[in-house]
Unconditional design. Structure first.
Lengths: 116, 111
């Protein structure tokens, strides 16, 4: 299996522009997470989906952020308009739901976003 | 309010000097505790899953243990290649079983 695939790996954009980050989870996994990592705040959970349905988006910082999962093999995180404080590494992770207990999640390599 | 706390923030060891990293959590209803390793410029890499107090998992020089309020990652005779940031994550039943991470412990092993 190729693992979780994220694109692009690096993105540099100007303030005010729209940014779209993409994620392909591991085949057969039915839970997907979006995280943001910065030196100051560490790994922050932004949103997660179970069976393509958003379960908790309380971590999404502002209305400028939105996430979708139109099918089991694709998710996007969009920032519109982008601001310099959005600069961070964004990770996508997926896992297979199994009953009451939670299994481990597997991470992609991340997208390093720089907003200038 | 922090629910997952890792200590120490940073740890420097000599090669061969064993030590332990700590992950403590303050909420009941644990539904899984996970240890990850993260190298610079990469995504977190899964190491262990623990579910119940008393459970232990081992892999090479690493051993993870779990009590009702904390987990330890023991590193025996570490090597320079063990240098990385070690992250702990927990799933709690009360918050829909999402996965929350601690701030991590940055481990440096000197030869």
């Amino acid at each position: 299996d190729a693992g979780v695939i994220q694109s692009p790996r690096h993105e540099v954009t100007e303030m005010g522009q729209e940014v779209t980050l993409r994620c392909k989870p591991i085949s057969g996994h039915n839970s997907l997470f979006w995280y943001r990592q910065t030196m100051m705040r560490g790994l922050e959970l932004l949103i997660y989906f179970n069976n393509n349905v958003p379960i908790d988006d309380s971590g999404m910082p502002e209305d400028r952020f939105s996430a979708k999962m139109p099918n089991a093999s694709f998710s996007t995180l969009k920032i519109q308009p982008s601001e310099p404080r959005d600069s961070a590494v964004y990770f996508c992770a997926s896992r297979k739901l199994r009953g009451t207990f939670n299994t481990e999640a597997f991470f992609g390599q991340g997208t390093r976003l720089t907003v200038v | 309010e922090d629910q997952v706390t890792q200590s120490p923030e940073a740890l420097r060891l000599q090669e061969g000097e064993s030590s332990s990293l700590n992950c403590s959590y303050t909420v009941s209803g644990l539904r899984g505790l996970f240890w990850y390793r993260q190298d610079p410029g990469k995504g977190p890499e899964f190491l262990f899953t623990l579910y119940s107090a008393g459970e232990e998992k081992e892999k090479e020089r690493l051993k993870a243990t779990l009590t009702k309020k904390e987990s330890f990652l023991h590193i025996t005779a570490p090597k320079p290649e063990d240098s990385a940031t070690y992250l702990c994550a927990v799933c709690f039943q009360y918050n829909n079983n999402d996965m929350r991470f601690g701030a991590g412990t940055r481990l440096t092993v000197k030869p």
